[in-house]
Design a protein around this ligand. Sequence first.
Ligand SMILES: Cc1cc2nc3c(=O)[nH]c(=O)nc-3n(C[C@H](O)[C@H](O)[C@H](O)COP(=O)(O)O)c2cc1C
Length: 224
Amino acid sequence: MTDYPTIPLDQYREYPVDEMRKRLEAFYADISRRRTVREFSERMVPRDIIETALKAANTAPSGANLQPWHFVVVTGSKTKKMIREAAEVEEQEFYEHRASPEWLAALEPLGTNKHKPFLETAPYLIAVFLQKYGRLADGRKVKHYYPVESTGLATGILITALHQAGLATLTHTPSPMKFLNEILGRPASERPFLLLVAGYPADDARVPDISRKSLDEYVSFVEE
Ligand SMILES: Cc1cc2nc3c(=O)[nH]c(=O)nc-3n(C[C@H](O)[C@H](O)[C@H](O)COP(=O)(O)O)c2cc1C
């Protein structure tokens, strides 16, 4: 007996191992096709698609179940233009002064630069905010635990869900991103986590020719 309310785990499903393998291989094959896209089409995506992807993101585990995230979905051209202009100011500073030579060298294969036209062409900008603390109805503060880890997990699910829908994303982090609080009217208790650009890729979009590590480079097994 527990002294807190519980429900049966009736949503859980076990699969025979063969089916487990098949499902997972299909998922891996599909997620392997995900690429960060930097050239977007202006084609609109129905809002309910984005809402369902956000519902999927909200299933992420979070420290003490406090769900310390907030997503601002931007479709308006006036706001997108303001975001682009503010991001390009920061990015110019980054590429011309702030970035170390090592950082610039690491970015070279990606061909990124201070110009961010996708912030105006893509149909959706989803600004992800991390809440350092929440507020109770009476205004009292509630500390959030592991907000960075939790928001990272929610964002990962969001990217996966959008990919599942056949949409492309760009994880964008113009640094610093404080301008997002001002433009989007979010409180100082929320830290901009990243800006997710989402939509269809441009017809002629190209992506950097880069590779992923092999399993033995990033996984080790301990069997005793
Ligand atoms: C936290 C984070 C920040 C990133 N910031 C940027 C960014 O500001 N601009 C950009 O063009 N790509 C950015 N990226 C995308 C990475 O460059 C990209 O994921 C990486 O090159 C691997 O390519 P892939 O996503 O196509 O596998 C970011 C990715 C992550 C996870």
